[in-house]
Design a protein around this ligand. Structure first.
Ligand code: ATP
Ligand code: MG
Length: 220
C-alpha cells in the first residue's frame, strides 16, 4: 500500500464519561511528515489512540484515503493501513529481537525483516538478544521496526524519542526521514523534542486542552 491521506473531522472522544478531545479536525495529505505538539496532558496521545480506535468516541469521523474507518475496531483499521506505535512500548520480553519482528508476520517474506535491519542496524546486531535485554532506545527501535513491517500507509508515532540519548535520536530520526522519503508512508509524530520534530516535519499541529489551537509549517 502506498502512502495515504488522513482526514479527521469533528472528533470528540475520551475515556468513559470524560471527554478529552472536543471537535478536533485535521487534514493530512498522502506522504506528508507531520508533527503534533503540545504541553503534557493536552490530549496528544488520546488523539492518536482515538484514530487507532482505542478510546471512546462520541462523535466525528476518521478516513484513510477514500476509506471511512470510523466504525471499524482497531484491528480493522490496521488492515486498512493504519500503523500505531503507542507511548508505552509493548515488546515480548522473553522472545528474541528477531522473534519479536516475526510475530504476526507468517506470510511476509524474510526480505521485509532484512529491510527493517537495514533501517535499524542496531537491531540486527541484537537480533539474538531477548527483549528483556534491550535498552529503552533499542526497545523503541524494535516497536517502530515492527510497525513498519506491517507496511502501513499512515503511521502514528507517539513520542518515539522519549527517554532516548541524543545519538540514538539522530539515528531514529534519520530512519524516519528515509522512510518518508520513499513515499510509502504518511508519518504523524507526537514529540516533546521540539527541534527534532520541526526538523522532521512539513506540517505542524499544536494541541491545547483537547483542541487544535494552531496549524502551519515549521518555518512559521
Ligand atoms: P503527555 O505529553 O504527558 O504524553 P498527552 O498530551 O499525550 O500528554 P493524554 O495522554 O492524551 O495527554 O492525556 C489527556 C488527558 O486524558 C489527561 O488528563 C489524562 O489524565 C487523561 N487520560 C489519559 N489516558 C487515560 C485513560 N486511559 N483513562 C482516563 N483518563 C486518561
Ligand atoms: Mg502522551
Amino acid at each position: 500500500m502506498p502512502a495515504a491521506s488522513l482526514e479527521v473531522s469533528d472528533l470528540t472522544a475520551g475515556y468513559g464519561p470524560t471527554r478529552i478531545l472536543e471537535n478536533v479536525s485535521l487534514s493530512v495529505e498522502a506522504g506528508r511528515r507531520v508533527a503534533v505538539l503540545g504541553r503534557n496532558g493536552v490530549g496528544k496521545s488520546t488523539l492518536f489512540a482515538t484514530i487507532a480506535g482505542q478510546t471512546r468516541r462520541y462523535g466525528g469521523r476518521i478516513a484513510i484515503g477514500n476509506e471511512d474507518i470510523t466504525e471499524l475496531p482497531g484491528s480493522g483499521r490496521a488492515l486498512k493501513g493504519l500503523g500505531y506505535v503507542p507511548q508505552t512500548r509493548a515488546i515480548f520480553k522473553s522472545l528474541t529481537v528477531e522473534e519479536n519482528l516475526q510475530v504476526g508476520l507468517k506470510d511476509r517474506p524474510h526480505s521485509a525483516i532484512q529491510e527493517a535491519y537495514e533501517m535499524f542496524p542496531r537491531l540486527h546486531e541484537r537480533r539474538r538478544n531477548l527483549g528483556s535485554q534491550l535498552s529503552g532506545g533499542e526497545q523503541q527501535m524494535l516497536t517502530t521496526a515492527r510497525s513498519i513491517l506491517g507496511q502501513p500507509s499512515v503511521l502514528l508515532l507517539d513520542e518515539p524519542l522519549e527517554g532516548l540519548a541524543p545519538v540514538i535520536c539522530d539515528e531514529l530520526m534519520a530512519a524516519f526521514s528515509a522512510l518518508a522519503a520513499t513515499g510509502a508512508m504518511t508519518i504523524l509524530m507526537i514529540e516533546q523534542r521540539i527541534q527534532a520534530a520541526l526538523n522532521f516535519a512539513q506540517d505542524v499541529f499544536i494541541l491545547e486542552r483537547g483542541e487544535i489551537a494552531w496549524s502551519g509549517t515549521p518555518a512559521q
